[in-house]
Design a protein around this ligand. Structure first.
Ligand SMILES: Nc1ncnc2c1ncn2[C@@H]1O[C@H](COP(=O)(O)OP(=O)(O)OP(=O)(O)O)[C@@H](O)[C@H]1O
Ligand SMILES: [Mg+2]
Length: 295
């Protein structure tokens, strides 16, 4: 408990980053291209992929056209959406190195309106290959920041702040941070906000944290509410009201190659992600409205 408090204190020294009107004027002017979201947290196993898949599915279910870009060499978003490695012709690797366009690399999924640019084994070498590559931080940005047949592109990042994650952060309009309410969560978040600050200064001044999603939430656990209070007091309304409960159906679904929302639409986890998508859309509409009234 004491350690969670210390993390809280160190996190509080970070500059706050919740200027909604600034955000509004940036992202919502003219939308002739998809909204680009990076799903990132360098901490492993916090629910990035589960959130990417199920949030994307919930958005697709309300008619949004969504593309997931699987930037993680582990390829969990790809397998979780039923893409078998043997079937992959073009991947995020080919997009990164300019050998395929997003349209060429995108594969359909069993979910209507939801496509995926899958990961491939080659991505694990991409980190090293990118080091000497020209324009290495801007590869995904160049590939994605243009009109495309999607409303949202969600980039699922690996559990590290490496060049693949950096490519996602440089490309993104906004970052979604899944956060598991546990002992070292705040320490990791502090590291991530510093990285966002650096990316903003050097590569992408528009990058913002769109929202923090509390995952594997267990309301019976005291630490959960302590961490939740700390995160909410630091990030304010950037933290989604919707929390994702710990739910076994969410962890079963990927082995069937299905989003939990398709596997068992009524389970608590699926319902939470549907709720999260609706909260996200409402918030975006509100920000767009504010942006229009400022203009
Ligand atoms: N709300 C939840 N309830 C129960 N299990 C969950 C929940 N969210 C995720 N899981 C399970 O926890 C594990 C980690 O989740 P996930 O793969 O989404 O995290 P990740 O942050 O993408 O991991 P990595 O950093 O390795 O990419 C998976 O086995 C997943 O099925
Ligand atoms: Mg993952």
């Amino acid at each position: 408990m004491a350690s969670a408090r210390n993390d809280h204190l160190s996190l509080r020294k970070e500059p706050a980053n919740n200027d909604a009107s600034h955000e509004a004027s940036r992202h919502y002017k003219a939308y002739d291209r998809p909204r680009l979201l990076a799903m990132a947290n360098q901490k492993g196993g916090v629910g990035k992929t589960t959130t990417a898949i199920n949030l994307a599915t919930a958005l697709a279910a309300v008619g949004k056209r969504v593309l997931i870009v699987d930037l993680d060499p582990q390829g969990n978003a790809s397998t979780g959406l039923g893409v078998r490695r043997a079937m992959i012709r073009c991947s995020a690797y080919d997009v990164l190195f300019g050998d395929a366009s997003v349209e060429e690399a995108a594969a359909t999924t069993k979910v209507p309106n939801l496509d995926i640019v899958p990961s491939s084994v080659h991505l694990s070498g991409a980190e090293i290959e990118l080091v000497t590559a020209h324009n290495r931080e801007f590869r995904m940005r160049d590939a994605l920041r243009r009109p495309m047949g999607y409303d949202y592109v969600i980039m699922d990042c690996p559990p590290s702040l490496n060049l693949l994650t950096l490519n996602a952060l440089v490309a993104a309009d906004s970052l979604i941070v899944p956060l598991q309410c546990e002992f070292y969560a705040l320490e990791g978040l502090s590291h991530l906000t510093k990285t966002v600050e650096r990316v903003r200064k050097s590569y992408n001044p528009e990058l913002d944290i769109q929202g923090v999603v509390l995952t594997m939430y267990d309301q019976r656990n005291n630490l959960t509410s302590m961490v939740e209070n700390d995160v909410r007091s630091f990030f304010g309304d950037k933290v989604y009201k919707t929390v994702i409960p710990r739910n076994v159906r969410l962890s079963e679904a990927p082995s069937f190659g299905l989003p939990a929302i398709v596997y068992d639409m009524k389970c608590a986890g699926a319902r939470a992600y549907i709720h999260l998508a609706s909260e996200m859309i409402k918030r975006e509409r509100q920000i767009a409205k504010e942006a229009r009234s400022v203009a």
